[in-house]
Design a protein. Sequence first.
Length: 389
Amino acid sequence: MPDEVIKPTAWIKLLQSPKIAAQFADDVDRDARFPSETLAAFKAEKLLSAPVPAHLGGMGLSIREQCELVATIAAQCGSSAMVLAMHYSQLACLIRNTPDSEFFAGYLRELCEQQWLLSSITSEVGTYGDTRTSICAVLLDGDHFSLTKEATTGSYCDHSDAILVTARKSADAQAGDQVLVLVKNKDVELRKTTHWDTMGMRGTCSAGFSLKCEAAAAQIFTMPFSEIASQSMVPFSHTLWSALWWGLAYSAYDKAASLVRVNARKNPGVVPASATRLAELMVKVQTMRYHWQGVAEEFDALVASQTDKQALQELGWALKFNSLKTAASQMATEIIHDALLMLGIPGYSNLGPLSISRAYRDALSGALMISNERIAAKSASMLLVFKDQ
């Protein structure tokens, strides 16, 4: 990507992961298969542990740096970037919400050594997309627990090393009284219940699953899931996804720009009409980028000042993340559509260097990943009592 549009840190420029993601992206999309080659590259370059603090064996990447990396990967393969973004969102829960836990500290050290991949199951049959309620429950028996869950979607769960699963705290707990549980692949029985054959994001392999597990009670987070969601899962997922959607949008813009330049060279000294449309499109590209970048930098500043735990309890921050997610998911498809109009049939084609078919289909998933309508409804209720300072 040109430096004038995105300035990744020096180490991102040296990575092989984006090149490998690009090499296998079409094959991953066509066959709706997991991007195993990209995952191997992530592991080789120690990217799966990059956000873990240095004292536990990671690189200590900030959320801004994670976003830059995800955006760079997304410009080459949306599915590969989504796997990394969702892994980082789950990893944030482990890093930020397991204070004083020897078990989770040890697990993070092992993750850094082994480069384990994390997935999640927060959906459930019967909750109708509401991830903040559960039907299934954790059943404690001494220092062990058992759990059975029927999930509508579970992204790449059968390719991960562990799954973070939501459930009610106990059999008599209310639907919203949830905990988060780390389930290792050696402790789980997974059965695929649906087939993943979708318009886009085909390589995420987000089929439905039936999950059964028995494991040590130490793998249950002591912090309520409601706090984990507001402190980590929502901030990281919405910000990382927004950077990802920008990467998809930028890839389409970049192809439109290349075509405009080729046409301009045919008539030296004459500015083609398409150049004006390109300039207008770049405004949207930059606006979208500065939105996720600004939120990421604000979040990093909170963490640096150690005021994040308190600030993230405020309605203003919840609204900020909601607005970022809905705006980015909508603007990405707008940018790609505008680029398509400039590219014409070469962009509409599934083949060729100017094709933006895959980016368009992948970006359309954004409005559905935690429905924008559901998010708007939650924001509407918060705005009734929130006074912006």
